[in-house]
Structures are given as structure tokens and as C-alpha cells.
Ligand binder design. Structure first.
Ligand code: A2P
Length: 274
């Protein structure tokens, strides 16, 4: 079963979860039930995905107790600022139908808006009130992380960033390690792009595994949290069946060699516009 990592505030998080970006709200309950059946106990959603209600409904309808499922959501860009973030969090909780959230992230730093420190203060308050177990950020660059720590004395528990074999974020991971921040991978499979890579498929064939499983195993062995997205029950099962083999150091090094300066798929956090 999925290993559990301990974050800098003592919160425990299953190292592998299900991403639900682009899943329609009305399909989310079925997808969530399917994921829980496959053994997932960690779901990653966001206000911007428009499926918090469906995710909450799927969890409510399942036989798995709410407290056994780790749920993440995220504050969208147009709700940043202290008061706005508090209100946005209330709406997220209404949609999910939960009393407490496991992890809440600021979705993007949006440095031109210059509100992320105030948003962060709102998240600290919500955690102190017991409404969120752990707080973190997504797509924050080292400058943004350092500013949060400087202005509030509180480091995020986690930073969720684009990370896959073609965009490995080594420098950013070093900064996280230094600051005690866990790294979580979004688009861990490179949105499917890396799945036909000859090196990955060759490694996969040695273990009777798929390239997707090799990528996720690589992330787990690096100590990262990863949230592959799939709406298909067989692929969900495939993606969580990675705890029965181990990549060698040589294979880890081979995968390291796939990193590319041009590998980014998503927006650059310094300049992103939505
Ligand atoms: P599907 O939902 O049809 O399974 P990422 O998490 O990097 O954004 O990648 C998600 C994409 O990769 C989705 O299009 C998903 O499609 C596909 N995908 C997820 N798991 C697998 C897998 N094990 N094999 C092939 N494609 C996969």
C-alpha cells in the first residue's frame, strides 16, 4: 500500500494520490468511488477545477470514512488577499461538504498581484482555527518561498510544482530540502508525453511494468509526493501498483538524464497569466 510521508508540521500524507484536474463535476463522484476502490486515499482538487462538489459527493457516498482520505484543495488567483481567501475557503468547504480540509494550497503566486503574503496569513489563521490540517503553496519559486518565511516565520508544508522526467526541477527541489518543504509533482506523467520514451519503456520492460509506473516509482524513490491523473479505472490501478518493485541507482541516473531545459509544459510561475 501507499507509503505515508510526514510533513514539516507533523501532518501525514499518502505519497501517491489521484489528481482530478479537468474531470467534470458530474463525473467526479464515480471517478472518486473508482479511485477509492482501487486503494487511493489521497485526492487532489482545486477551486479552479470546478469539481469540488463532485469530489465531496463521491467521498460522502463511499464506504471509506472521511478521516481516512487525505483531501487537498487550492485557492484560486482571483480570491487572493486576506479576507478574500477566508471567504474562498468557506466556499470550498461548502462545496466539499467537509468540516476540515487536510491540505489547502495557494494555487499560483501571481507575483504581479502581490497578495500571496496576505493569502498566506489567512491560511495560517485557518490552520490555527483547526479548519485545515496543513497549509502549503503551488508553483512558488524560491523567491516567493523565502518571502513567505521572512514575513510570517512560517514555511509551507509543501510546494506542488510541475515535475516529470522532462522537467525535473532539481534546483527547486534543493531549495525545498533546505527549507524543509516537501515537493509534490503536478502533471507527474508529463501529461502523457513521456510515456513512449524509449529509455522509460526499456526500464519498464525489465520489471513487467509500464512507463507510467516507472515514472511514478522514480518520483516515489526521490521522496516526492505525486498525483497522477486518470479517469480510467484500469490506469488508476496501474498507477498505484508501484510498491512491489524498485529502480536501481543506475536506472535512477538514466532517468535523471532525461531532464531538459525546455521540458516545461505548463505556465512559468513568474509570468503566468490566466
Ligand atoms: P486517462 O485519464 O484517460 O487515463 P498527468 O497526470 O501527467 O497530467 O497525465 C494525465 C494524462 O495521462 C491523462 O490524459 C491520463 O489519461 C493519462 N494517463 C494516466 N495514467 C496513465 C497510464 N498509466 N498510462 C497511460 N496514460 C495514462
Amino acid at each position: 500500500s501507499t507509503p505515508i510521508l510526514t510533513l514539516n508540521d507533523g501532518t501525514k500524507i499518502p505519497q501517491l494520490g489521484l489528481g482530478v484536474w479537468k474531470m467534470p463535476d458530474d463525473e467526479a463522484p464515480g471517478i472518486i468511488l473508482s479511485a477509492l476502490n482501487a486503494g487511493y486515499r489521497h485526492i487532489d482538487t482545486a477551486a479552479a477545477y470546478g469539481n469540488e462538489a463532485g469530489v465531496g459527493r463521491g467521498i460522502a457516498e463511499s464506504d471509506v470514512p472521511r478521516e481516512e482520505i487525505f483531501v487537498t484543495s487550492k485557492l484560486w488567483n482571483d480570491r487572493q488577499g486576506y479576507d478574500a481567501a477566508l471567504r474562498a475557503f468557506d466556499e470550498t468547504m461548502d462545496k466539499l461538504g467537509f468540516d476540515t480540509l487536510d491540505l489547502y494550497l495557494i494555487h499560483w503566486p501571481m507575483p504581479a498581484q502581490d497578495q500571496y503574503v496576505d493569502s498566506w496569513k489567512a491560511l495560517i489563521r485557518l490552520r490555527e482555527e483547526g479548519r485545515i490540517r496543513a497549509i502549503g503553496v503551488s508553483n512558488f519559486l524560491p523567491d516567493h518561498l523565502e518571502r513567505l518565511i521572512e514575513e510570517t516565520g512560517e514555511a509551507p508544508a509543501i510546494n506542488q510544482i510541475e515535475l516529470h522526467p522532462y522537467f525535473q526541477q532539481s534546483k527547486q527541489r534543493e531549495v525545498h530540502a533546505k527549507l524543509g518543504i516537501a515537493t509534490e509533482c503536478w502533471s507527474p506523467l508529463g501529461q502523457g508525453e513521456a510515456l513512449s520514451d524509449p529509455i522509460l519503456t526499456e526500464i519498464a520492460s525489465r520489471y513487467g511494468k509500464s512507463a507510467a509506473q516507472v515514472i511514478l516509482r522514480w518520483q516515489v524513490q526521490l521522496g516526492l509526493v505525486t498525483i497522477p491523473k486518470s479517469a480510467n479505472h484500469d490506469r488508476m490501478r496501474e498507477n498505484i501498483s508501484i510498491f512491489d518493485f524498485e529502480l536501481t541507482e543506475a536506472e535512477m541516473a538514466q532517468i535523471k538524464g532525461l531532464d531538459s531545459a525546455e521540458g516545461r509544459i505548463g505556465p512559468d510561475p513568474a509570468t503566468a497569466k490566466f
